[in-house]
Write a protein that binds this ligand. Structure first.
Ligand code: GLU
Length: 263
């Protein structure tokens, strides 16, 4: 059956620090290949949000202190950010896409003129079929201008850029009905039309990855923000090789919030 003509869709995809650091160059290559296929076969343009600058630098320097001052985190991010971009650029060489780096602070979204500038550059990059790779500009971020984490950044960008989907790729399968760390019978929630207070309470902020700042709670806040703007959110494991294409094909993976229930 002939498919109805498909208009370009826009997705914001966010990958967490643990995925970036553990998956390394091979996983990045699999991601970028999917981004290229999404563009060509599914008419999906992707804005990529990548964490991992601080974690990448921490793994590669002898700076391992558990408690870090803000200037130390800023310095680590300044070291790690070009290193992860090197990896993305290498991964993109195997595709027909060019990458670009956009670093932002929450101030860039709040100020009207800077927000417009940001929108303009993202639209232009997408028009040129270049993939924007975003991260918080941690090197100059201080408490007053921080997003807090890249889940928040990604959801705000998704709303601002009128994305249709927000994909949060993490190191767990999705949202469970109980904490899977303490409950072996915990069931993965495949779909929710909307998030309720039960889910929000369950994803207690103490259930956090040691790498990165997000955790499930910040993902639910991001999904809630996206959902208010009519954006469908998917929380999926980042290391499933064809996860983004599975989502494009309407397959049920991870947890989906909003939209029609997947098959
Ligand atoms: N922006 C931080 C980094 O790249 C990560 C923030 C987060 O994990 O949400 O290292």
């Amino acid at each position: 059956m002939a498919k109805a003509s498909v208009r370009s869709q826009r997705w914001v995809v966010k990958v967490g620090s643990k995925m970036v650091c553990d998956g390394g160059p091979l996983l990045m290559r699999a991601w970028m290949q999917q981004v290229s296929e999404l563009r060509k076969k599914h008419k999906v343009e992707v804005i990529w949000v990548s964490s991992g600058a601080i974690a990448w630098a921490t793994e590669r320097t002898d700076f391992k202190a558990a408690q870090r001052t803000l200037p130390q985190k800023q310095a680590l991010s300044a070291i790690g950010q070009p290193l992860i971009m090197d990896q993305y650029n290498l991964a993109l060489q195997a595709t027909d896409l060019l990458g670009s780096q956009v670093l932002l602070t929450a101030g860039d979204m709040k100020d009207k003129v800077r927000r417009q500038n940001l929108q303009n550059v993202l639209k232009e990059l997408l028009r040129w079929e270049v993939i924007p790779i975003l991260n918080e500009n941690d090197a100059v971020s201080t408490a007053e201008i921080q997003f807090g984490d890249n889940d928040a950044l990604a959801s705000q960008v998704a709303v601002m850029m009128k994305a249709s989907r927000l994909i949060l790729m993490t190191d767990v399968d999705g949202l469970y009905d109980r904490d899977p760390n303490n409950n072996p019978d915990a069931q993965l929630i495949h779909y929710r039309k909307k998030l309720g207070s039960k889910e929000m309470k369950m994803a207690h902020p103490k259930v956090k990855s040691k790498v990165g700042t997000g955790g499930m709670y910040s993902k639910l806040l991001a999904a809630e923000r996206a959902s208010k703007a009519g954006i469908v959110t998917h929380m999926v494991r980042g290391d499933i090789p064809r996860n983004l294409l599975q989502i494009a094909n309407g397959q049920a993976i991870g947890t989906q919030v909003g939209g029609h229930a997947p098959e």
